[in-house]
Design a binder for this molecule. Structure first.
Ligand SMILES: [Zn+2]
Length: 244
């Protein structure tokens, strides 16, 4: 039986994958990939202000609500799997044991590509930290001396998804993905994030702007594709090709 292709999305907090890679997740699921999402934390301290404004709110309550929102969003995107490491946020801290746990997931999934945050984020160091950890875990997963007998990882591309306040992050997209056909899934996933309603329209506008960039870069007026919604990504590793 042929196995589906796979992908892995690493989200520092439980909602990040929705705004930044929701279209990529839904689209690749539609194309027959099994996409696994790993949320390192729930963003329970730093990205849940609306919940904390409720009287009598507790950390456990916020985590439960954030988990429910993220699971509903993953379902709206038809994601194959979502896992929560519950490592805490603001600051996110990952010890050796948690790194090996992530390496185990990477080796089990054997992703064709991975996604995570921008390299630099002066507003949110949890985000850039998650990507640094993912690069470290990619390296460990490629090491033949780590847990000999497990299937060693190849060289999946790492795509950095679009941060908030894009220009401040030194993030520069080199790939645009047309997500028009799964936009309804992404918008539905966005609307699962009740605690961050102030971001819904912002990320709709962003997808439209990136749709414009897709159109321009796919040929513009001279035959470009009429993408209405897109996501931008910055790739980290070189591609290996037979033709240009
Ligand atoms: Zn975040």
């Amino acid at each position: 039986m042929a196995q589906n292709k796979t992908a892995l999305v690493l989200s520092a907090h439980s909602a990040d994958f929705v705004w930044r890679a929701g279209g990529a997740i839904a689209l690749h699921q539609k194309k027959g990939y099994d996409v696994t999402i790993v949320c390192l934390s729930y963003g329970e301290r730093g990205e849940s202000a609306k919940l904390w404004k409720q009287e009598g709110c507790t950390l456990e309550h916020v985590k439960t609500e954030r988990r429910k929102e993220a699971e509903a969003a993953a379902k709206a995107l038809n994601a194959h799997d979502i896992q929560f490491f519950d490592l805490g946020d603001y600051p996110l801290e990952i010890d050796r044991e948690a790194k090996f746990r992530l390496v185990d997931v990477i080796r089990k999934v054997q992703p064709a590509f991975m996604m995570s945050h921008s390299h630099y984020d002066p507003y949110n160091t949890d985000h850039s930290y998650a990507t640094r950890i993912l690069m470290e875990c990619r390296m460990i997963a490629q090491a033949w001396g780590h847990n000999p007998g497990q299937k060693v990882l190849g060289a999946p591309q790492l795509y950095l998804f679009e941060p908030h306040q894009t220009e401040q992050m030194g993030w520069k997209p080199d790939v645009f993905l047309d997500i028009t056909e799964v936009w309804d899934n992404k918008r539905a996933a966005i609307e699962c994030m009740a605690g961050q309603e102030h971001l819904w329209d912002y990320y709709t506008n962003l997808a439209q702007n990136r749709g414009n960039h897709f159109r321009r870069n796919s040929g513009g007026q001279a035959g470009g594709r009429n993408a209405r919604y897109a996501e931008g990504f910055q790739s980290v590793y070189p591609r290996t090709v037979d033709e240009l």
